[in-house]
Design a protein around this ligand. Structure first.
Ligand SMILES: *[C@@H]1O[C@H](CO)[C@@H](O)[C@H](O)[C@H]1NC(C)=O
Ligand SMILES: *[C@@H]1O[C@H](CO)[C@@H](O)[C@H](O)[C@H]1NC(C)=O
Ligand SMILES: *[C@@H]1O[C@H](CO)[C@@H](O)[C@H](O)[C@H]1NC(C)=O
Ligand SMILES: *[C@@H]1O[C@H](CO)[C@@H](O)[C@H](O)[C@H]1NC(C)=O
Length: 393
């Protein structure tokens, strides 16, 4: 069936879903509630938003499949819907014409951020360091495009904001390197433990009364095998310690944020991004992006601070989270009073031969250009994350 005809058949099928008791309420609640219940006019803008329409199609598609399954009618191939969907997400232009500045009311960024939906969850990947400090500026003085990252946490069922959560983020630096973990291929000399002293582009921020956490960070650089992204964990019920770290609580959400491909391409023309020779993986070629973007839109909206990208940017995204969720976290390393310490049971130590670390595990590592081990590591990362997704909830 042609795409257009297929989609309109789904839309026409919507009243069926409406007439059906049971799952109906929950299904519609997720999509239809705006963040703050204001006037109906506010909802109207929301509901006419292309993204909302996309989601509505998606939700109806799911409900239609459920009904068809119940009636014993053949279910359309999942393949029919999914690839089309991440492609359509990748084609949305997330650039906003909002005027942004350091002193602005950050909650105004979210006035048109779309309906609240459960963000796609994936495993945290192999390069998470647990125990990083609560700090807003995580740039560590490094060069790169200044990125103010604003994340609003809301409950995906009630659409209410979630204050007092802690958002923990980490990413690669402008030249595509993650610091803080030793022995991951391509991320520095595997025999050099000084990388464990690094905390750049890692940090934690609490959410305020609007559910907002914001960071002064840098636009991440690309590295082999993955689309440009930032990782995030949302902790609930964590305790702030005297040394400005958090302990306890649970990871209610683990996810990854992405950027418009056009923005990445523009950033890659600016130094020091332009010196990064690692191959670029496009969003639409990244399996984890596909996974995330099939259920929702994990690409940040953004606006330039000045006239040109090198003057910096604001990026923002709303996380709809399931407050009951408790995701498994498996850090590669811990940040402690003595600096970074590898987790012998973490994903990188395991990758290097079950804690036999550091040393020869990656001896003869082929370097920046890539190679078999690097590809194996990228594949391991993908597998790890997919496994995490399957285990979740
Ligand atoms: C931003 O774009 C919207 C829709 O195109 C338009 O209505 C609005 O006036 C623009 N705002 C600014 C500040 O340019
Ligand atoms: C990224 O981190 C690596 C490892 O610490 C460092 O060598 C490199 O200079 C950093 N890139 C930038 C742009 O600072
Ligand atoms: C901070 O305090 C906690 C709790 O005592 C401890 O586990 C952690 O290692 C400390 N972290 C740092 C960086 O001092
Ligand atoms: C790391 O050290 C081991 C053991 O000394 C050596 O065999 C290996 O070649 C070194 N790796 C690199 C990348 O220098």
């Amino acid at each position: 069936m042609a795409l257009k005809a297929f989609l309109s058949s789904l839309l026409l099928a919507a009243p069926l879903a409406l007439a059906h008791p049971g799952h109906k309420e929950e299904v519609y609640a997720h999509a239809a509630l705006p963040l703050e219940r204001k006037s109906l006019a506010h909802c109207e803008a929301e509901f006419n938003h292309p993204e909302f329409i996309k989601k509505t199609v998606e939700i109806h598609a799911r409900e239609l499949q459920r009904l068809r399954r119940q009636l014993g009618i053949e279910v359309p191939e999942k393949r029919d819907i999914s690839p089309r969907d991440y492609i359509s997400v990748s084609r949305i232009d997330h650039k906003s014409n909002k005027t942004v500045s350091k002193n602005m009311d950050l909650s105004t960024l979210f006035s048109d951020a779309g309906a609240c939906m459960l963000m796609p969850a994936v495993d945290q990947g192999p390069l998470y360091v647990q125990g990083e400090e609560i700090r807003k500026d995580i740039t560590g003085g490094e060069k790169g495009i200044k990125l103010t990252l604003v994340i609003q946490v809301v409950d995906y069922r009630t659409c209410q904001t979630v204050p007092n959560a802690y958002v923990d983020i980490w990413s690669s630096n402008a030249t595509g390197i993650y610091v803080g973990v030793q022995g991951y291929p391509g991320m520095g000399d595997p025999n050099d433990s000084s990388i464990l002293k690094g905390t750049t582009l890692r940090g934690v921020q609490p959410t305020d009364s609007h559910g907002i956490a914001s960071f002064d960070s840098l636009f991440p650089g690309h590295y082999q095998g993955r689309a440009t992204h930032i990782h995030a964990i949302v902790y609930l019920g964590a305790t702030k310690q005297a040394n400005n770290t958090i302990t306890g609580g649970r990871a209610a959400h683990i996810g990854q944020l992405y950027f418009d491909q056009g923005l990445i391409t523009a950033a890659d023309k600016i130094a020091p991004y332009s010196s990064n020779r690692m191959p670029i993986t496009q969003n639409t070629a990244d399996f984890l992006f596909m996974q995330g973007a099939n259920g929702d839109d994990p690409i940040v909206r953004y606006a330039l601070v000045g006239k040109t990208l090198d003057e910096g940017l604001f990026a923002w995204i709303r996380f709809g989270i399931n407050q009951q969720a408790n995701k498994p976290v498996s850090p590669a390393a811990y940040w402690t009073a003595n600096g970074g310490v590898m987790n012998p049971n973490g994903p990188v130590a395991k990758m290097n031969g079950g804690g036999g670390f550091p040393g020869g595990g990656w001896g003869g590592f082929p370097g920046w250009g890539g190679g078999r081990k690097r590809r194996a590591a990228a594949a391991a990362e993908r597998e790890e994350e997919v496994r995490g997704e399957e285990e979740a909830e």
